[in-house]
Each structure stands twice: as structure tokens, then as C-alpha cells.
Design a protein around this ligand. Structure first.
Ligand code: MD0
Ligand code: SF4
Length: 355
């Protein structure tokens, strides 16, 4: 690497980002291809500066309730795919979901993320089961008065409208990649366009949307840069990246491990592109021990907080740190402190959501 020359290019890009001038696709690819640790550290630093500009030292915390692990889909990367018969699935009752929600609220989270696989119990007979789910979500809203995110998979426009009506704030539905060939290899037999259209529709009816990508699945710097452009076009209020975790009993096991630095660099580049958006540090990839590096890369939410003792799972890491109680608000706080960060108040979060 020609140090002088490359550093100049990096400086120029970072200065542009600090001025919040949009970065070009070439800029993004340049950043995403960095390998020099000093250069990468500068990207992290710039990401933290931009985070501070909009969020100060405040971080938001998201409680995660994965209430049904049944799924009609067969995504190549996911252990919850319908063909996997090697683990026991669960579907929580309304009372169980409410109980978990209350525990999370008491522990101090800012939002509840209600997630499910595309559970046939809800999707079959023309989505009959959603009637019940919508009442459950409504009851959670009434009981907790918390901001809610729902991650139910690809649902009808009517259902999205219903969610909005009962006070759901966010619809999360990750594309995983915006490279069509890669999408077809990951989300087997699913429609790229339909998935995209649902997000856009959800946005239209007034839900905030989260878009997400997975890295380490054969994605190139160019693919990631393209994803960032799409995230920008659709105006996603929350954008995430998670490293692929190869899981037994899936077609993608075993899979060559890509260094975590890639996810961290993508988090930082996301922050440069979207300084005022929400960007998660998920506990669902490396558990508590991976939190500090994700925050230092510029993330400003901790997601996948799961209470122990409720028999609840994570998504890409089904059990890591959960029963040990390490995915809880009290275990996170010392890490925030080490990073000179602190938890935001509920009012801070509401102000952001309603802005
Ligand atoms: C997370 N496991 O936050 C969750 C999940 C779904 N909305 C979020 C991927 O890491
Ligand atoms: Fe189902 Fe979601 Fe897993 Fe795909 S990623 S198999 S839709 S739970």
C-alpha cells in the first residue's frame, strides 16, 4: 500500500463524511476495502464523532422477544428453517409474551422488538392467525405503553396497516443483501421484490422501517456499497449489519469464517453515511463480549437483550449468553461505561421516534 497517497484519499473521504457531504459509491468501496489497522481506526473515530454529533453519549436499548420459532421458509443461513428438525420449536402464549415484555420494561429497555419466524399458525388460512396476534400486540402496547417494533416476516398490506393502527412504531424486515443472485441463494424460494415492497409500503403507512444486511456470505465491498445506497433510497430509519454465524443443520454449515472486522467496518461506514440514524450493536452475534467493539465502531443501540429463565432464543445465536443473564441491561451498563457512553432516557427515545 502506498501510504502517503492512500492516506490522502482516506482523509478526503473522512472530511467529506464529517461535513456530511454524501459519499460516492467509489468512496464507500474504498472505505470497505481498507485493511490497514491505522486507517480503519480513523474510520471508527470518525464514526464516533458523527454519532456524538447527533446522539451525544446516549445509547438506546432494545428488548428482544422471539416469540415463535416456527417458520414456513427455508432460508439457507437460518437454523429455524422449516426443514431443520433437529431442535425443539416453541410458540409463546400471550401471557408468556406479556410477562417477558414486562420484565424487559422493568429492566429499562427503550423498545420491545417482537419477532417471529413466518409461523404457519399465523400465516395459514389466509393469515387468519394474525387476528389473534394483532390483539396480543395491542394488549402489549396497552399494558406497557412502550415503543414497539414488529419483525413478523413478509405480511399483507392490510396487516401492516393494522399494526400501525394499534400503535406499532417499527417494521423490521431485512433483505440480507441487495444482490439478487445472493438473495436467491440465501432466502430460497422467496421474492426479492415482494420483501422490498412490503418495507416501502410499511413506510408509506407511517411505520418506521429497519433494513438489514448480513455479511460473510460471499458479499463483496461493491455489494455492501450498493446496499448502503438502497438503504439511503428507501430512507430506513434504522440500518443494521450482522455477521453470518454458520449453524449446524443448515446447508451453509460449515462455512468459512470472515473476520469480524468486516462487520465493524460496515457499522462504521453506515455511521458515516447515516450519521443521525439508529445503528445496532447486536448481542446476537458475539454476545456480551462483542459489544464494546461494535459500540466503538459507531453503533448507538444495543439490540437482542433477552431475559434469562423464559426459554427464549436468539436468532443467529440461539442460546449464547442468554441463560447466563449476560444479555441483560445490568450486564450491558459496565460496557457502556467503558466506552464513555450511557443509557438514554425513555423521553430521549420517544423524542427520536416521534421526530
Ligand atoms: C437482534 N436477533 O437484534 C435480533 C434480530 C430482529 N428484528 C432482530 C436479528 O440481533
Ligand atoms: Fe424463517 Fe426468518 Fe429463519 Fe428465514 S431467517 S428461515 S424467514 S426464521
Amino acid at each position: 500500500m502506498v501510504r502517503g497517497a492512500t492516506d490522502q484519499r482516506l482523509d478526503d473521504i473522512l472530511n467529506k463524511a464529517l461535513k456530511e457531504t454524501p459519499l460516492t459509491k467509489e468512496d464507500l468501496i474504498y472505505l470497505l476495502s481498507l485493511t490497514d489497522p491505522a486507517g480503519i481506526n480513523l474510520v471508527f473515530q470518525t464514526a464516533r464523532t458523527l454519532r456524538e454529533r447527533y446522539f451525544g453519549n446516549k445509547v438506546f436499548l432494545y428488548g428482544f422477544v422471539y416469540f415463535s420459532t416456527y417458520c414456513r421458509n427455508n432460508c439457507a443461513f437460518c437454523m429455524y428453517r422449516r426443514s431443520n428438525r433437529n431442535f425443539k420449536r416453541y410458540r409463546k402464549t400471550e401471557a408468556e409474551i406479556l410477562d417477558t415484555a414486562n420484565r424487559l420494561v422493568e429492566s429499562g429497555v427503550h423498545l420491545l422488538d417482537l419477532t417471529m419466524g413466518e409461523d404457519p399458525a399465523y400465516f395459514s388460512n389466509n393469515c387468519e392467525g394474525f387476528e389473534k396476534l394483532i390483539r396480543t400486540v395491542e394488549n402489549i402496547k396497552k399494558a406497557t405503553e412502550m415503543p414497539l417494533m414488529i419483525s413478523p416476516g413478509v405480511v399483507s398490506e392490510e396487516i401492516l396497516r393494522e399494526f400501525k393502527k394499534i400503535g406499532v412504531d417499527w417494521y423490521a424486515c431485512y433483505q440480507e443483501t441487495h444482490n439478487l443472485d445472493l438473495f436467491n441463494n440465501l432466502r430460497l424460494d422467496q421474492s426479492y421484490d415482494t420483501r422490498m415492497e412490503k418495507k416501502i409500503f410499511a413506510h408509506k403507512v407511517g411505520l418506521l422501517i429497519e433494513e438489514g444486511i448480513m455479511t460473510g456470505v460471499g458479499d463483496t465491498a461493491e455489494d455492501i456499497a450498493h446496499s448502503l445506497e438502497v438503504m439511503n433510497e428507501i430512507g430506513a430509519e434504522q440500518v443494521r449489519v450482522m455477521s453470518f454465524v454458520s449453524q449446524e443443520w443448515t446447508p451453509m454449515y460449515p462455512w468459512p469464517v470472515v473476520p469480524r472486522l468486516r462487520e465493524l467496518l460496515i457499522i462504521a461506514v453506515m455511521r458515516l453515511c447515516f450519521p443521525n440514524r439508529l445503528i445496532p450493536a447486536s448481542l446476537d452475534v458475539d454476545g456480551l463480549s462483542g459489544l464494546r467493539q461494535r459500540l466503538n465502531a459507531g453503533a448507538n443501540i444495543v439490540t437482542s437483550i433477552i431475559p434469562p429463565g423464559a426459554g427464549l432464543a436468539g436468532v443467529s445465536q440461539s442460546s449464547l449468553d442468554i441463560e447466563e443473564g449476560k444479555r441483560t441491561v445490568s450486564s450491558i451498563i459496565p460496557v457502556l461505561e467503558e466506552c464513555n457512553l450511557t443509557t438514554a432516557s425513555r423521553d430521549d427515545y420517544s423524542a427520536w421516534v416521534t421526530d
